[in-house]
Design a protein around this ligand. Structure first.
Ligand code: ADP
Length: 246
């Protein structure tokens, strides 16, 4: 079976400083993969490399066995909320409709059935009653749910989300987690950058623990063993030694 995503010896650097070194891993269809690791580990860089938002110095990335260009329509990307301009005046339903644009074409007007489909996607995230609101008026969790609805409207096979749970309420978090699992059950693949370790075993089928290099990959229970986590979080924990705590 062709892997949904395959990275072979991927290196990325910024101004000569390494952000990712020799990254190898692959994901099969029908998985929710969590990418974890400390601040500065290269998690966002990895997503950006997948999407060719940063160039790789070395190595190879294949999506469904092909290049990104041959698969753009199959990939839905939900960036960090902080990367969006929330003052941009756009309604919730129109935000979701933007997800259908690759199929619709930018110059075609959406038809009734496109609007209905966008509304269905809003229903899946429990945001249909907000379809007429300005996106900037919503809470963080509601905004994130609308972004997920936009990704759903794209009808993608691979969903890539960067820190979707940061600064959102519990109801939104639970709604999103359930939806990601439903997508997985439909045979789709979900890749999530995530920094909070407390729920990682619950949320993900597979984990990729990163700290500049791949520290470990596998089932959450296998990756989240203290001796493995220490390898990635050693620096974060060094303050315990400095404070005389052992
Ligand atoms: P994470 O998402 O795990 O916090 P990042 O991928 O954002 O990590 O960053 C990895 C490393 O690359 C860090 O050392 C960070 O400072 C550096 N970095 C990230 N983006 C840039 C950039 N645009 N220019 C220069 N350095 C960057």
């Amino acid at each position: 079976m062709v892997a949904v995503l395959e990275l072979k010896n991927v290196h990325v650097s910024y101004n000569g400083k390494s952000a990712l070194q020799g990254v190898n891993f692959s994901v099969e269809a029908g998985n929710v993969l969590g990418i974890i690791g400390p601040n500065g580990a290269g998690k966002s860089t990895l997503l950006k490399a997948l999407l060719k938002l940063v160039a790789i110095d070395q190595g190879k990335i294949e999506i469904f066995g092909k290049s990104l260009e041959e698969n753009r329509e199959k990939i839905a990307y939900v960036p960090q909320r902080s990367e969006f301009d929330w003052d941009f005046p756009i309604h919730v339903l129109d935000t979701v409709l933007m997800g259908t644009y690759p199929k619709l074409g930018v110059f075609k007007r959406p038809k009734k059935k496109d609007r209905e489909f966008a509304y269905d996607c809003l229903e899946k995230v429990g945001m249909e009653h907000f379809h007429n609101r300005q996106i900037g008026e919503l809470s963080g969790g509601q905004q994130q749910r609308v972004f997920l609805a936009r990704a759903l409207a794209q009808n993608a096979d691979l969903f890539i989300l960067d820190e979707p749970f940061v600064g959102i309420d519990m109801v939104s978090e639970e709604t999103i987690v359930k939806l990601l699992k439903d997508l997985r059950d439909e045979g789709k693949t979900v890749v999530v950058v995530h920094h909070d370790l407390s729920k990682a075993t619950e949320y993900f089928d597979e984990l990729l623990l990163l700290n500049n290099q791949v520290i470990h990959t596998g089932k959450p229970k296998e990756v989240m063993r203290p001796e493995i986590m220490l390898k990635a979080y050693e620096k974060e924990l060094s303050f315990l030694h400095e404070a005389g705590v052992n």
